[in-house]
Ligand binder design. Structure first.
Ligand code: SF4
Length: 320
């Protein structure tokens, strides 16, 4: 462990109090950041936390930019991101203009976008979804076809679970971190750990989802590991989640389906950068969303929250 970590954490906690800052961290953040956060969770959980908070003056959002944008839309507090250049490559696959082109091609068809999109792209959709509630959101529309993006693997997950026709806004959209998992790795690990429960994130390729026992968001993974009587889990998701769950459950064995599944963007945040934000509140770290986009993004997020409850505790079972 880096010997500077405890001192940096101490200074952050001191300043956090002085600034009345809420620090939230995504599950994929480095463990030393998760340790000083008020709340750690998936993107939906973090957005809800920021929206509901009334006790702080500022938010420091340790995640990637689109997540901080959501917090800025849903909260009245100034939102800061430790590393302003944390752009999720998956979010880059679907732009507002791409959505407009698809809408012209398929007039009247509902547009569902994954939370991993810019605020500008969200402003062009009907409803937002997360990996934890994509199935419920699409089902709640009561239609037989939807436009969906940007993640082609999450689209496959929705197709498989709902039987609804899902048209990709961008058929190449994927997360490079989750695209790296493969079935051979999982089979090998299953042979070594025959009692382990395999959980795959829906951003993994379809064949990996089908090779898993459960498919779900990081929020679902945390809940399953905490509540399941099983002692071993193989997780096909970003390594930060594996580290977090192993630290929280020392009595269980949490095995990464692939050790190299590391999101470079998420790891751009650091304790040093959080400390700098708290010291100086630099303008370049402030995340804002243009006023004209806010009502439409808020509406798309509100529609998501009206869909039946997210699948945090009801993972999609493996098809046999
Ligand atoms: S893990 Fe994938 S989807 Fe998540 S922020 Fe990183 S690149 Fe984007």
């Amino acid at each position: 462990m880096d010997s500077r970590i405890p001192e940096l954490q101490r200074r952050i906690l001191e300043l956090k109090k002085k600034r009345r800052a809420l620090i939230v961290a995504h599950n994929y953040q480095p463990l030393e950041i998760q340790q000083i956060a008020d709340f750690v969770g998936d993107s939906l959980q973090l957005a809800r936390k920021c929206a509901a908070d009334k006790r702080h003056d500022i938010i420091v959002f340790a995640g990637v930019r689109f997540m901080a944008e959501m917090a800025a839309v849903l909260s009245n507090m100034p939102v800061y991101i430790p590393a302003p250049d944390t752009l999720c490559p998956l979010a880059g696959y679907v732009t507002a203009s791409k959505i407009r082109i698809k809408k012209r091609k398929y007039p009247g068809m509902p547009v569902v976008v994954y939370v991993n999109t810019t605020a500008e792209a969200k402003s062009e959709c009907d409803v937002v979804c997360t990996s934890g509630n994509a199935v419920e959101v699409v089902q709640s529309l009561g239609v037989d076809t939807v436009l969906f993006g940007p993640d082609k693997n999450l689209a496959d997950h929705v197709r498989r679970a709902t039987g609804i026709r899902v048209i990709d806004i961008e058929p190449k959209g994927h997360c490079y971190v989750h695209q790296q998992f493969d079935v051979a790795q999982i089979q090998l690990l299953r042979e070594e750990h025959p009692d382990a429960v395999v959980i795959a994130h829906p951003e993994c390729p379809l064949e990996v989802q089908e090779a898993a026992d459960m498919v779900g968001s990081t929020g679902m993974m945390a809940k399953t590991v905490a509540e399941s009587p099983a002692k071993e889990f193989i997780l096909a998701t970003e390594i930060g989640m594996v580290e977090q769950l192993q630290a929280a459950h020392p009595d269980k064995v949490i095995i990464p389906a692939y050790n190299g599944a590391r999101c470079i963007q998420m790891k751009k945040n650091s304790l040093e950068k959080i400390l700098r934000v708290l010291e100086d509140l630099p303008q370049e770290n402030r995340v804002t969303v243009p006023d004209e986009l806010v009502p439409r993004v808020r509406l798309a997020l509100r529609r998501m929250s009206k869909a039946p409850s997210a699948a945090l505790s009801v993972p999609v079972p493996r098809s046999s």
